[in-house]
Design a protein around this ligand. Structure first.
Ligand code: SDX
Length: 414
């Protein structure tokens, strides 16, 4: 098989039937699980395109909601479609009053991503007509389900912050654009509405846009896996949120800031940490560095790194963690350990510093990542749901357990 950009694959769909062999590829690093038309990555050349559009051009000219539409529907929207899409998002920004009771069921210090995945999954209970677990019916109501997913994951994210901070909920305003509404729901007070300065809403827009989709990463593949069982969109995305929470994946953005803070608190200029990171011990890794696909630079990291500088300058913020991050970046990129392993800053290395400057707490960084990635999860679920004769994902294994043996009664066991 040959893809649009000339990438080649050996079609092994009959391998076991014809040869008795299965292929082994731990972590699927060299296995294509699907054909997809959404995002193209070239890890060696640092290329990322959404529906053919280079991420650099989308970052410069587009915004999160327009890019979300592109990722989901495959084309940039014209003015009428963009207006309709925005209206659907605004009309579906609020959550059901009864859903608020789910928040109260969690301890105040519950992991935010655990709350987000559980509360998001409950959308299937509140909107069963959009979550029938029948591909044809769920595809027929896809536009509404997609708009709800994008709009409500954002509202749930803001509400879980308010709940965990012991603050009253701030409900969405229909006249606010997507990002401004999120910041309003996060930071407005009963008698003082938070109004985002343009630099802040632009930075959040860019951050969400850059996270919109990223090919078959761990969480997106999880959404496809779950969706392949004919599970509805909300349930499948809830599984993706769980996968994203891991520190090797979406949890890295908060791990980066915690790492930078620890280096700062230790009075380390980063050199001691870099030495520890070279030990190969997974718990000492330089978080925000390395990538399963990018073996050159992550184009998103370049864009975020520059946006970080611009935003902090405009806000007059002098964040010592940014200085440490830049030192780590410069040092690691000259160190043979990182160069030989092709470890470069990824999307998470600077994103946390931007979120700090926006006033978003570290505990919410991965929630913001999930809000940004929801359009990509939606588009991938749609590809699975609409693939004619699509198969349920069911990988094989290499069994390495015991051979057949007979049952031993309790009295005879050692
Ligand atoms: C995201 O897939 C995606 O697209 C994900 C994502 C998306 O948009 O969805 O881009 C978002 O998840 C970005 C990655 C965020 N994670 C981190 O920043 C965590 C730190 N990075 C690593 O854990 C690691 O680089 C991974 C998980 C990102 C990639 O792991 P790989 O490709 O499986 O690499 P590996 O674990 O096999 O490591 C290869 C070598 C090892 O050394 P040796 O055994 O060869 O001696 O590189 C070393 C590793 O020890 N290594 C690191 C390192 N990452 C890899 N050493 C120090 N610091 C690191 N960060």
């Amino acid at each position: 098989m040959v893809g649009t950009e000339g990438e080649k694959a050996v079609d092994i769909r009959r391998l076991r039937v014809d040869t008795g062999y299965v292929a082994y590829d731990q972590g699927y690093g060299d296995t294509a699980s699907c054909e997809s038309a959404i995002t193209y990555l070239d890890g060696d050349n640092g290329i990322l395109r959404c529906r053919g559009y280079p991420i650099e051009q989308l970052a410069q000219h587009s915004n999160f909601i327009e890019t979300a539409y592109l990722v989901i529907y495959g084309e940039l929207p014209n003015a009428a479609r963009r207006k309709d899409f925005g209206m659907l998002l605004r009309q579906n920004a609020a959550i059901e009053t009864q859903m608020q009771r789910i928040f109260e069921g969690f301890p105040k210090d519950a992991p935010p991503m655990a709350m987000l995945s559980s509360i998001f999954a409950s959308l299937a209970a509140y909107y069963p007509h959009l979550a029938t677990n029948d591909f044809a019916k769920d595809l027929a109501s896809f536009d509404m389900a997609a708009a709800m997913a994008i709009s409500k994951v954002r509202t749930i994210g803001a509400m879980l912050y308010r709940y965990q901070s012991g603050l009253p909920y701030v409900f969405p305003k229909q006249d606010l654009p997507f990002c401004e509404n999120f910041l309003h729901m996060m930071f407005s007070e009963p008698y003082k509405e938070y109004v985002a300065v343009p630099e802040v809403s632009r930075a959040l827009n860019l951050l969400l846009l850059l996270h919109a989709d990223h090919e078959q990463n761990c969480s997106t593949s999880t959404v496809r896996m779950v969706g392949s069982s004919a599970a509805n969109l909300f349930t499948s995305i809830s599984a993706g949120i769980c996968a994203l929470s891991g520190p090797l994946h979406g949890g890295a953005n908060s791990a980066v800031v915690q790492m930078l803070q620890a280096i700062h608190d230790d009075g380390d200029d980063g050199s001691r940490f870099i030495q520890a990171a070279k030990s190969g011990n997974k718990s000492n890794r330089l978080m925000g560095f390395g990538h399963a696909v990018y073996k050159n630079f992550d184009p998103r990291a370049k864009i975020i790194g520059k946006a970080c500088d611009d935003l902090l300058k405009k806000l007059g913020v002098n964040d010592p963690l940014l200085d440490i991050a830049k030192r780590l970046d410069e040092t690691a990129l000259k160190d043979d350990y990182f160069i030989s392993r092709k470890l470069y800053p990824n999307v998470d290395f600077y994103s946390g510093i931007i979120m700090r400057a926006l006033g978003i707490p570290v505990s919410l960084f991965t929630v913001v990542f999930a809000i940004g990635r929801t359009p990509g999860w939606i588009a991938n679920w749609h590809e699975v749901a609409s693939t004619p004769k699509g198969r349920i994902y069911r990988p094989r294994q290499i069994y390495i357990g015991p051979k057949r043996r007979e049952y031993v009664q309790m009295a005879e066991r050692p």
